[in-house]
Write a protein that binds this ligand. Structure first.
Ligand code: CP
Ligand code: NVA
Length: 337
């Protein structure tokens, strides 16, 4: 049994591998209940604030639907809808929201902002993505792996692409926590910071996880169970497109890379949104400027039987539900159902 009531969920750093596995198993239980039509309104009457500085499809919808399934009222607060940031400080916003709501989700730029909210809100604060970490995403990713492979410990997990972004950082730490064979494959200038790597290595020394950082695709993907990538340019870094395309083009996930794993059942994952074709507004602009038709993953891989990206997207909802429920109420009995 675990008691996570009253805890914040800002990064994976303060959670043990057992606690992360508990949240993943709780998510799977809620997923079954949802599929069977079993109500689980275990947070009835509570209210949660969903504060967004950056856009979102999955995270916003996952928090909204999960909150309603749990019997709660979710309130979306876009940055320009409220006083936050322009006329009111993080601290005052935290205090006011904490006086009215039972929990607060924040998505935005600086990780210090979500930490500031957590310091003063007096209710659980959940990180829905900052420049540094994306912890709810990793729970969905690991649930998706567990559904296919049955376990997390020992899984050979390759993250290829921008190793310095929120996904690279959080996957590396999450993988270390749950005992994976975690490989970051990127040009050296895009490896995670020493601080993140040192922390992951110290966790791995206790959990038996393996950590590899390499520039070599052949070395990284040998016998891989999972290949994961993310966009080459994250929200807020739009000035970097030309440089990132140059650096990361050799690291595109394509069928040739999947073949190199020698594993006919290798999984492909991506947190989404993905540039698997360039048929979006931003995609068309990139196509016009750089002549590319695909970026971090080919459309062939994205649509192949290896790809579990839409299971991942759905699992955002089940895992975010587990995070909210476990930090707001007692969830142990729900795990058994
Ligand atoms: N993966 C993810 O966080 O998606 P959104 O930006 O749509 O929330
Ligand atoms: N690294 C990406 C993740 C989006 C879910 C970004 O921060 O834009």
């Amino acid at each position: 049994n675990f008691d996570l009531k009253g805890r914040h969920f800002l990064s994976l750093n303060d959670f043990s591998g057992d606690e992360l596995n508990y949240l993943i198993d709780l998510s799977a239980a809620f997923k079954r209940q949802k599929q069977q039509g079993v109500p689980h309104r275990i947070c009835e009457g509570k209210n949660v604030a969903l504060l967004f500085e950056k856009p979102s499809t999955r995270t916003r919808c996952a928090f909204t639907v999960a909150a309603i399934d749990l019997g709660m009222h979710p309130e979306y607060l876009g940055k320009s809808d409220i006083q936050f940031g322009k006329k009111e400080s993080v601290r005052d916003t935290a205090i006011v929201l904490g006086r009215m709501f039972d929990g607060i989700q924040f998505r935005g730029f600086a990780h210090e902002t979500v930490e500031g909210l957590a310091k003063d809100a007096r209710v659980p604060v959940w990180n829905g993505l900052t420049d540094l970490y994306h912890p709810t995403q990793i729970l969905a990713d690991f649930l998706t792996v567990k559904e296919q492979k049955g376990e997390l410990s020992g899984i050979r997990f390759v993250y290829v692409g921008d190793g310095r972004n929120n996904m690279g950082n959080t996957l590396l730490i999450g993988g270390a926590k749950v005992g994976m064979d975690m490989r970051i494959c990127a040009p050296k200038s895009l490896w995670p910071s020493d601080e993140v790597v040192d922390f992951a290595r110290s966790v791995a020394a206790e959990t038996g996880a393996k950590i590899m950082l390499t520039e070599s695709i052949d070395e990284a993907v040998a016998d891989a169970d999972v290949i994961y990538t993310d966009v080459w340019v994250s929200m807020g870094e739009e000035a970097e497109f030309a440089e990132r395309i140059k650096l990361l083009h050799p690291y595109q996930v394509n069928m040739d890379m999947l073949t190199k794993t020698n594993n006919s059942d290798v999984m492909f994952l991506h947190c989404l949104p993905a540039f698997h074709d360039l048929e979006t507004e931003v995609g068309r602009a990139i196509h016009a400027e750089y002549g590319l038709t695909e970026m971090e993953v080919t459309d062939e891989v994205f649509r192949s039987r290896h790809s579990f990206v839409f299971d991942q997207a759905e699992n955002r909802m089940h895992t975010i539900k587990a995070v909210m429920a476990a930090t707001l109420t007692d969830t142990n009995e729900w795990l058994e159902r």
